[in-house]
Unconditional design. Structure first.
Length: 81
């Protein structure tokens, strides 16, 4: 199920961070993303990822894969420069 609520500024910031961290062709880990967005808890990072996934901006994550954070087409369009 995809939720149609608009992105908050913070969610947009998280999407931009994912795009920047993925620029080298490797998806970021939750720890790398958390450091970039300024949160110390991986739980907080996972909450952001879960919400963005439900809204359709991130691909579903795969359990046990550390670098499974990927933008969907919708996610890429939302932060297109």
């Amino acid at each position: 199920m995809r939720y149609e609520w608009p992105l908050t500024e913070r969610q947009q910031e998280v999407l931009r961070a994912i795009r920047e961290l993925s620029a080298n062709g490797r998806a970021p880990t939750q720890e790398e993303l958390g450091r970039r967005i300024g949160v110390s808890s991986t739980l907080s990072t996972r909450r952001f990822l879960g919400i963005l996934e439900k809204k359709g901006y991130l691909q579903p994550r795969q359990f046990g894969k550390p670098r499974d954070i990927a933008l969907t087409e919708r996610g890429r369009d939302a932060i297109a420069a």
